[in-house]
Design a protein around this ligand. Structure first.
Ligand code: 0X9
Ligand code: ZN
Length: 537
C-alpha cells in the first residue's frame, strides 16, 4: 500500500526544488502509485521550497528512500516496508493538516481568472514590431508569434493591464479580436475533472482519449502495453529528466529481430502546455498496438514513439501553471527556470528566433543540448540514425505541416521530395485543414528545433506538425477533440509507413536556392522510477 508518493525530491545545487506529491491508494505496475485520490478539494500540487513536511521517495520496492526531518534527520534513510508504512501513515495525517492550513498549498495553481486572449493580425512590419515591443514591455505571455503581416499573434491579457493595453492598441490603431474571454474558464473546461479516477479498481491502466492525462497514466499505459504485448512492444528508458523523471520511448515492432527494419520516430510533448500532442501521440500508440486492422502499418517498419519528451514541464502544467512551455531546469536567474527544448537542439543552435535571456519563453539554454531531455533524446536517435528514415514531432497549435529548415529561410536540396510526401499525408485529412511548407517561410525563423536537427543528421524526411486548432481554443483545446484530431491524422501514418518501408537514407546538403515547386502549398520493460539521492534541507 503506497500512501504518498513524492516526486522531485532532489535538491539541486544545495537548494530544494519544489516538491510535488500525490496521494495514492494502490500499487501501480511501475511505481506503486497510480490511482491518485483527491482529498476533498485539495488537488495534487506543490509544496513550497521550505515546507518541512515531505521530502522523500516512496516506492513499493522493499527498499524505500525516505528523507524527512521528522524521521530521518539530515540524511536519506533506507527503511523497511513496515517502518515506512507506519511512518508514512503519520506523515499523511501531518500533511493533510499542513495542506489545510497553508494557503500556498490549498491553491497551488497559477490562476488565469479574468485573463483574456487577444488575437492580433499586424497589417505591416511596423505593426508587427510594435506588437513585439509592447508584449515585451508589458511582460505579456505570447501564445503564438505572428510571423508576417496578416498572421495572428495571440497574447494573454491580464485583467490589470486590459484597460491600458486597449488604449495602447487604440492609439496605435491596431484592431484585435478577443478569442478567449476568460482563460481560467477555458482551462477549467478543457478536461473533465475525473482524469485521475480509474475506470475501475481492477483496470489494467487508466488511459483514455476523452481526457488529457497526467504523466503517470501515460507511462502506466506504456507499461501495460509492454507486459500485454511483449512480442510487439518494448519500453526503453533513454534517460532521466532534470527533475529525475524517466524518459520513455516505446518501440513497436513485429519483426523477429527488432531494430533491423527501417523505422519511424515520433515524439510529442516537447512543449509542456501543448497537451494535444502527448494525447495524439499516445493515441497513435494505441492504434498501432491494439487495433489488429492497423497491423499493416507494422509490415517492414519499426516505430519508436516518445509521447512526452519534456515530462517535468508537462507535469508542471497540471500542478502549477497551465501555460508553462519549457523544461524545468535551473538557470542563471533563480526566478526564471527552464529552457525551450525546441531551441536547444544542436543544429544552428542560438540563431534566429532564440533568446539568451532565461526569462524568455524561447531561451536557448547555455549550450546546445544543455537539457537532459534533449541530450538523451538526440543520443538515442543518433544511435538509431541508420534505421530511422522519418522523423515526426508533434506540437500545437496552428495546423501546420512544417518542413526544414526553420533556422532561416533555407531549403534542403531534397525539399521537393519532402513537400510531396507531406502533401500526400495531409491529403488524408478530412476534418482539419493543414498548411504545408518550409518552417521559416511559413511560420517564423527559429533555430535549434528538433526537426532541423533530425534533418541535419541525415534523416531524409523530417516534419514538425502543429496540431489543432487555429486559435479558437489554442492550448486549451477541449478534451472532446482528442479523438477527432487523432482519428483525422492517423491515416497519414500509413502514407509515411508506405514511404519508409522502401526508403534509403540520403544525407542532405544545404542550399539557399528555392525549389521549383510552388510555395507554400495549402491543402485542405517494465519501467522503474529510480530513487535519486537526496539530502534534507
Ligand atoms: O516555436 C516552436 O518551437 C514551434 N511552434 S510552437 O508554437 N509549438 O512553439 C515551431 C517549431 C518549428 N521548427 C523550427 N523552427 N525549427
Ligand atoms: Zn511547440
Amino acid at each position: 500500500m503506497c500512501l504518498v508518493q513524492v516526486h522531485h525530491i532532489c535538491r539541486m545545487h544545495g537548494k530544494p526544488s519544489r516538491t510535488s506529491f500525490s496521494f495514492t491508494e494502490k500499487p501501480n505496475r511501475f511505481d506503486g502509485c497510480i490511482n491518485i485520490l483527491k482529498l476533498g478539494n485539495i488537488r495534487t500540487g506543490c509544496l513550497g521550497d521550505n515546507n518541512p513536511f515531505l521530502f522523500g521517495v516512496a516506492t513499493p520496492l522493499k527498499k524505500l528512500f525516505l528523507c524527512h526531518r521528522l524521521f530521518s534527520g539530515d540524511n536519506c534513510k533506507t527503511l523497511s516496508e513496515k517502518t515506512y508504512t507506519k511512518r508514512m501513515s503519520l506523515l499523511l495525517l501531518l500533511t493533510i493538516v499542513a495542506l489545510q492550513s497553508s494557503p500556498a498549498i490549498s491553491d497551488p495553481f497559477v490562476s488565469y481568472s479574468g485573463y483574456k486572449v487577444w488575437a492580433i493580425s499586424p497589417r505591416t512590419n511596423e505593426e508587427n514590431q510594435f506588437l513585439g515591443k509592447m508584449s515585451q514591455q508589458y511582460g505579456l505571455t505570447v501564445l503564438r508569434e505572428a510571423k508576417f503581416v496578416n498572421s495572428s499573434m495571440d497574447l494573454v491579457i491580464p485583467p490589470t493591464l486590459e484597460r491600458d493595453l486597449k488604449n495602447v492598441m487604440d492609439n496605435a490603431n491596431i484592431p484585435f479580436v478577443v478569442t478567449i474571454n476568460d482563460l481560467q474558464t477555458a482551462i477549467d473546461n478543457q478536461n473533465s475533472n475525473n482524469d485521475e479516477i480509474p475506470n475501475s479498481r481492477a483496470a489494467a491502466h487508466n488511459m483514455t482519449w476523452t481526457n488529457y492525462h497526467r504523466l503517470s497514466n501515460i507511462y502506466g499505459y506504456m507499461s501495460y502495453l509492454t507486459t500485454t504485448y511483449p512480442n510487439l512492444v518494448t519500453l526503453i528508458n533513454i534517460g532521466i529528466s532534470y527533475e529525475k523523471r524517466p524518459l520513455y520511448v516505446l518501440r513497436i515492432s513485429n519483426s523477429s529481430s527488432p531494430g533491423t527494419n527501417p523505422a519511424i520516430w515520433i515524439d510529442g510533448g516537447i512543449h509542456a502546455r501543448e497537451w494535444i500532442s502527448p494525447a495524439t501521440v499516445s493515441y497513435f500508440i494505441q492504434q498501432l498496438v491494439e487495433v489488429p486492422a492497423n497491423a499493416k502499418l507494422l509490415q517492414n517498419v519499426d516505430w519508436y514513439i516518445m509521447p512526452v519528451m519534456n515530462p517535468d514541464g508537462y507535469e508542471y502544467t497540471f500542478v502549477k501553471d497551465r501555460l508553462w512551455r519549457k523544461t524545468r531546469s535551473l538557470t542563471s536567474n533563480p526566478s526564471c527556470p527552464g529552457v525551450d527544448p525546441n531551441r536547444n537542439f544542436g543544429y544552428k543552435w542560438g540563431g534566429l528566433g532564440t533568446s539568451t535571456d532565461p526569462c524568455s519563453a524561447v531561451f536557448k539554454g547555455t549550450k546546445a543540448f544543455s537539457e537532459p531531455e534533449t541530450i538523451a533524446t538526440s543520443n538515442y536517435i543518433l544511435g538509431k540514425s541508420s534505421q530511422i528514415k522519418l522523423y515526426l514531432t508533434f506540437h500545437s497549435y496552428g495546423q501546420y505541416a512544417l518542413i526544414p529548415y526553420g533556422y532561416d529561410v533555407v531549403y534542403p536540396p531534397d525539399y521537393n521530395d519532402m513537400l510531396a510526401l507531406a502533401n500526400k499525408a495531409v491529403s488524408k485529412f478530412t476534418k482539419y485543414k493543414f498548411s504545408v511548407g518550409s518552417t521559416a517561410a511559413l511560420l517564423y525563423a527559429a533555430a535549434g528545433g528538433s526537426g532541423d536537427w533530425a534533418k541535419s543528421i541525415g534523416i531524409k524526411y523530417s516534419y514538425t506538425f502543429e496540431l489543432a486548432d487555429t486559435g479558437a481554443n489554442g492550448f486549451t483545446l477541449p478534451a472532446s477533440q482528442i479523438l477527432p484530431v487523432g482519428q483525422d491524422f492517423f491515416p497519414a501514418l500509413d502514407v509515411f509507413a508506405t514511404q519508409v518501408s522502401a526508403a534509403t537514407t540520403t544525407t542532405a546538403r544545404v542550399t539557399t536556392s528555392k525549389p521549383t515547386t510552388k510555395l507554400p502549398t495549402t491543402t485542405s520493460k517494465k519501467p522503474t522510477i529510480t530513487p535519486c539521492r537526496c539530502t534534507c534541507p
